[in-house]
Ligand binder design. Sequence first.
Ligand code: HEC
Ligand code: HEC
Ligand code: HEC
Ligand code: HEC
Ligand code: HEC
Length: 469
Amino acid sequence: MIHNFFTLVTRHWLSLLGLVIAVVGAVLMAMLFVMELSGFDGGPYLGILTYMVLPMVLVTGLVLIPVGVMRKRKLEARAAAAHQAPPRLPLIDLNDERTRGVVLVSLVVGLIAAVVLAAATYRGVKEMETVAFCGTTCHTVMQPEHTAFLRSPHSRLTCANCHIGTGADWFVKSKLSGSWQLIAVALKIYPTPIPSPVHNLRPARETCEQCHWPTKHVGDRLQVRSKFADDETNTESKTVILMKVGGQQGSTSSGIHWHVDPGVKIRYLTDRTRQKVYDIEHTAPDGKVKLYKTDDKPDGPTEWRAMDCVDCHNRPSHTFKMPAQELDAAMGDGRIDKKLPFIKREGLRVLQASYASHEEAREGIAREIEKFYKDKYPAVSSGQAGAVAAAGKALGDMYTWNVFPKMKVTWGTYPNNLGHSDEAPGCYRCHDKRHSTAQGDKIGRNCKTCHAVLAEDEPDPEILKKLKP
Ligand code: HEC
Ligand code: HEC
Ligand code: HEC
Ligand code: HEC
Ligand code: HEC
């Protein structure tokens, strides 16, 4: 069988060439693949070689083989028709001195060519990684996510922890899409802003749950948040909520993490951005199915998605905030002096203006803030020049963390689904009292289902005094 195959493919020079090309391609591919799997970091361009160029070489070789075989058949048929002996491959007679010389020279030249080619490829790969090409283009593309990642609780992870995970099959899948992305970047045909990848993001079971298991989050979680009003004194108020995170305890689940109990299955029909939810299907552990529907009709493509961690925690690592959230946080922790008159109002104003680049934004924001105090509060401008300058700088930071003009990422481009607000409906995509079953069951929107609001926008909540020892 193997012998037959061998004679078949080596009888015509085209199929012989195809065989050599295919074998060389396959061997190189396997070598690079093993090198990468064993930890050699060849960088993204080696990926292009391994996963795009070499496979093409392999396929070219494989295509040549049958072409040669067919050619040979045709020649044989023609020879048979003319009653001639079938054509043969050229005879290499190593007893002939001239032939020996040609064979030897060909071998040496071939070997040198192979070594030079390999070295050149390697240099080329290394070179491309360092040139400004990648440093600038790639950096712009991933800058929003990279910036947010560095500020997240996951900043010690690698991108691969969530976007790739472990195992060879996902390694290859990610390399394939990664190679395509690089080409898209080189040709500047990537979308701005980059859409969320959830449909080809690995299931949370195999990423998040490698580090966080659903049974671990049990119980309530207290959250205290400060907010500042847009009046002259930036009046402070506090909201205290007790989140019923819940989770699996023994054989039952409760609270918010009930959704990720292994026995609970929820699927939903949604648009590409997952901001609109049409049908919701809940299958209980006993197999009973409840289908909730709304009257809304989709106006674009939809798909079913099984709910997991990232349907609520859709921004575990790339959390882009809204201007008011950033300002409240900075005024709460002292990066911005909350005694500066109207700083909340003015901060919101300068953050929401538009700028062409980060540099322009930093400059424009600092200038506007200084100008405001100089014009309206000269005493503050001269007496607290340090606080005014610090506020200008902190506001510039906030802008560069959340807005990326080159990638068309601005306030609210990537909504956070972990809650409910005017910008992002989050839980209210389903918990909206509008989805109902044929029997009229609705998904609850009772405030107490998810949290106890112990104080809402109070200047000095009683509950916090009680909690203090
Ligand atoms: C803790 C897990 C986690 C880590 C770590 C992580 N990501 Fe993500 N990333 C996600 C999830 C989940 C989404 C999908 C968000 C959605 O569906 O809205 C995403 C989306 C993205 C997107 C699509 C655009 C967007 O913001 O939705 C890009 C680009 C991206 N990540 C790049 C990166 C880069 C670069 C790193 C490393 C610097 C990284 N990610 C690290 C979980 C992670
Ligand atoms: C490689 C391990 C790892 C993976 C994978 C991972 N995380 Fe984490 N996660 C951590 C660590 C470590 C922390 C920080 C814990 C801390 O600061 O106490 C964290 C923190 C968090 C927090 C914040 C907890 C808090 O105190 O506010 C959330 C929420 C979270 N992870 C969700 C996710 C989700 C959702 C995914 C999947 C998209 C994920 N994680 C993937 C390790 C991981
Ligand atoms: C139905 C929405 C929802 C789903 C699904 C969900 N979470 Fe959460 N999770 C929340 C909310 C809400 C909080 C509380 C956030 C807060 O306190 O601000 C939370 C809190 C957390 C925390 C920090 C709280 C703690 O007690 O340490 C971690 C870690 C976490 N989730 C991980 C996960 C992981 C892993 C999954 C998937 C197995 C998951 N979550 C699925 C909504 C969800
Ligand atoms: C994709 C739709 C969907 C989203 C999004 C969603 N939920 Fe739910 N949730 C459901 C369904 C369905 C039920 C079950 C309702 C029923 O059958 O009574 C449920 C039930 C609950 C329950 C009651 C669990 C129990 O013990 O019975 C809580 C608490 C809850 N959700 C919290 C949240 C929070 C918090 C968020 C946002 C962070 C959220 N949900 C987002 C669909 C959703
Ligand atoms: C389906 C679950 C769910 C329901 C129902 C729900 N909430 Fe919430 N709510 C959340 C989650 C989750 C967060 C926390 C978001 C976060 O961590 O930032 C939140 C946050 C809040 C906050 C704090 C927001 C902030 O500015 O920090 C307030 C106030 C609030 N909810 C009020 C209400 C009221 C009032 C109701 C009843 C009409 C209600 N919620 C119903 C899930 C729910």
